[in-house]
Design a protein around this ligand. Structure first.
Ligand code: DAH
Length: 346
């Protein structure tokens, strides 16, 4: 035997004690106890010993093996424990440190205004309905009493997708008003009707502080028996009070819309100065917010509803208009640029 077992045991024990990581320790184990390890070699060499020596040496080797195995296991456990301690130290979280604030999204002022509007009308029993943004001339104009030669149909006002002078009813366009939903619902034939239809509309306008080629309207339509102008006025009063504040009053000014008769534009008392006159109402004390009227008998007729039996009222609110007013924003373009610094204020 080249080295005494005692020498091997001492030297390896020393190495084990000095091993600083799991890999080194494992390499030591393989070099002594592995298939080609030093102790294994000694056991293999025992065939050359005399039969008397063999059991003695065998027993000694096994003793050394046991001692080294125990030492390795012990050191391995301590190294692993150290690894765990280090990891825990590295991964400790100080819950008392201030956190990093996540950037949260905001509802767009248009959306806030739309939800507030819907809430008011749902409270009065209205159903919210949707209509197509790409629409037939028939629903956007014709059935609303806006005939073929009407100036609103001009390409300067309306975005057309498909036009045919021989068959204007089937022209396809981007709806210029949510009033298009009125014709669709009335034509549907289910009575009575009490709907609110918010949505996007399009007009061939240049962008400026008060105009945009795309904006939003909220259409209201009520059709039933004995629906009167007083119902319209009462509804708008209720809406104004809930939306702008309890003291808000409304004023109906005569106006003209082809699909209503009589028609009116509606002003509300300025929610900022309550009628005294200020920057928001441009000194007048009143703010115009919508168009409305009693559904024209001819419109009812065209939609298959008997005007002798049924009557109705309708209104169209400019969503941006009320959003700008409510939040005292003076330029509509701010609503479309989606600058987070602007939007985060709402
Ligand atoms: N559609 C009209 C517009 O775009 C607004 C309007 C007026 C809607 C009177 C109505 C209404 O329903 O009755 O200017």
């Amino acid at each position: 035997m080249s080295r005494s077992l005692q020498e091997i045991k001492d030297e390896v024990a020393q190495k084990i004690a000095e091993a600083v990581d799991v890999e080194t320790l494992d390499a030591i184990r393989v070099s002594v106890l592995g298939k080609k390890g030093e102790l294994t070699q000694i056991l293999k060499g025992m065939k050359d010993l005399s039969p008397e020596e063999r059991p003695k040496v065998g027993q000694q080797v096994n003793e050394v093996r046991k001692v080294l195995e125990d030492k390795i296991a012990e050191q391995m456990a301590s190294l692993k424990d150290k690894l765990l301690q280090d990891k825990m130290k590295r991964e400790t979280i100080d819950v008392t440190l201030p956190g990093t604030r996540a950037i949260r999204g905001h509802k767009h002022p248009n959306q806030v205004a739309r939800e507030a509007l819907e809430k008011v009308f749902i409270g009065m029993g209205y159903e919210i309905v949707d209509g197509p943004e790409v629409e037939y001339d028939k629903y956007n104009f014709e059935m609303l009493n806006i005939p073929a030669n009407h100036p609103a149909k001009d390409e300067q006002d309306t975005f057309y997708i498909k036009r045919n002078p021989e068959d204007t009813e089937n022209d396809i366009l981007l709806r210029t008003q949510t009033s298009s939903v009125q014709a669709r619902i009335m034509e549907g034939g289910k009575l009575p009707i009490k709907i609110l239809s918010p949505g996007r509309v399009f007009r061939a306008d240049e962008v400026d502080a008060t105009h945009s080629p795309s904006f939003h309207q909220v259409e209201g339509l009520v059709v039933g028996k004995d629906v009167t102008m007083a119902d319209l006025k009462g509804t708008l009063d209720q809406f104004a009070r809930e939306f702008f504040g309890p003291g808000t009053k409304t004023k109906l000014r005569p106006h003209h819309f082809p699909f209503t008769e009589p028609s009116a534009e509606v002003d509300v008392t300025c929610f900022k100065c309550h009628g005294k006159g200020c920057g928001v109402c441009k000194g007048s004390g009143w703010i115009e917010i919508l168009g409305c009227g009693m559904v024209h008998p001819h419109v009812l007729e065209m939609c298959g509803i008997d005007p002798n039996e049924y009557s109705g009222f309708a209104f169209g609110i400019g969503l941006e208009r009320v959003a700008l007013l409510k939040y005292e924003i003076d330029d509509m373009r701010l609503l479309y640029e989606n600058d987070v610094r602007f939007l985060s204020q709402f």
